[in-house]
Design a protein around this ligand. Structure first.
Ligand SMILES: [Zn+2]
Ligand SMILES: [Zn+2]
Length: 343
């Protein structure tokens, strides 16, 4: 038991030796951090530049870069220091900052804040705000000499850059639709309708689309619609499986049903053995109909040519006759006038 307590004590002691420098180091390291925010188009965002674990700094000079395609600079606001100089460079996308105090200042908190508006047409994604050298074009991310105390001992704070994550909106990413909902079921002949809506609460955009008519689904089998009698023909047809439409209406004589052994009863289905015979009847009817149509067309063509009073040939004849008549009338009038003058 004693040895177990001893062992535990040794382990705890060893752990404290390992852990304490880490926590102490993390506490002591000066850090400059930039806000990470989320936004959508046209939002106003405030980006804070904060300092922590400040060991005592007299002068700072650096820039905060931004993407002018994503955000537009509005203003810079001072934090807890006393001596500030700012300049915004919209075209190159950075704000430069210079501070020089009379002595070392151990201030922890917001050094300054920059207000931006998120551009309207910005694509969704993450856009960085980076702390860079006071001359970013020349020195980039190197911050050597950007933080100084009055003793001139080098200060290299940990830099935690920030960003704005711009979310998807209908304006920058299009609508986010729910699945289509059928609002009107299409039938064999009538179109249906479906709708879908944008799921973003603020949007309310809805789309409506037609659904094409499904068309009839006719059965192969034949159904007797009217029974044949000795006096009149019966009618049979193929019925749509979904609605009351029929096709291939065919007249049949009583003998047909007798010869082919199918029951001549209303709504009775004709057995498949007789379908070939019915197909033949239909073909025959179609041929007769086509011939009849041909005949009608021919006779109507003849009629139209006969009755076409205003054909080109007739117009020419009429014109010639009218001219001749006008000429004769002129001659007669002329001779009457002439006779009148002689008297
Ligand atoms: Zn939308
Ligand atoms: Zn139908």
């Amino acid at each position: 038991m004693k040895s177990l307590i001893l062992k535990l004590g040794v382990v705890l002691f060893a752990l404290s030796i390992i852990v304490s420098p880490i926590t102490a180091a993390a506490k002591e390291e000066p850090t400059v951090s930039v806000s990470k925010v989320t936004a959508v188009a046209e939002d106003e965002i405030i980006i804070n530049i904060d300092i922590s674990n400040n060991p005592g700094i007299q002068a700072m000079s650096f820039t905060v870069s931004y993407d002018p395609a994503a955000v537009t600079y509005v203003k810079t606001t001072r934090g807890g220091l006393s001596d500030y100089m700012f300049a915004n460079h919209s075209e190159d996308g950075y704000v430069s900052f210079v501070n020089c105090e009379s002595t070392n200042i151990s201030y922890n908190g917001t050094i300054f804040s920059i207000t931006f508006t998120v551009n309207q047409d910005v694509a969704p994604g993450e856009y960085a705000f980076k702390i860079q050298n006071i001359n970013p074009q020349k020195n980039g991310d190197s911050l050597k000499g950007c933080f100084a105390n009055k003793e001139h001992t080098p200060i290299n704070p940990i830099i935690k850059n920030g960003s704005v994550t711009i979310g998807e909106t209908c304006a920058n990413s299009g609508h986010k639709f729910s699945s289509w909902q059928e609002t009107l079921k299409p039938s064999c002949e009538e179109k249906g309708a479906k709708t879908r809506s944008c799921t973003r609460e603020y949007c309310g955009h809805t789309e409506l689309e037609e659904i094409a008519a499904v068309g009839h689904d006719f059965a192969d089998e034949w159904t007797i619609d009217k029974t044949a009698t000795a006096e009149s023909q019966g009618i049979m047809s193929r019925h749509c499986k979904s609605c009351s439409a029929t096709k291939d209406e065919t007249y049949f004589d009583l003998e047909i049903s007798e010869e082919n052994n199918f029951e001549n009863v209303q709504d009775q289905i004709v057995p498949p053995e007789s379908w070939d015979v019915l197909e033949e009847i239909i073909e025959e009817e179609k041929r007769e109909e086509a011939a009849k149509e041909e005949e009608q067309k021919a006779s109507s063509d003849n009629k139209s040519s006969d009755s076409d009073f205003f054909s080109t040939r007739n117009i020419i004849i009429i014109c010639i006759c009218a001219t001749a008549l006008a000429l004769i009338s002129a001659i007669i009038i002329f001779s009457i006038i002439k006779k009148g003058k002689k008297k």
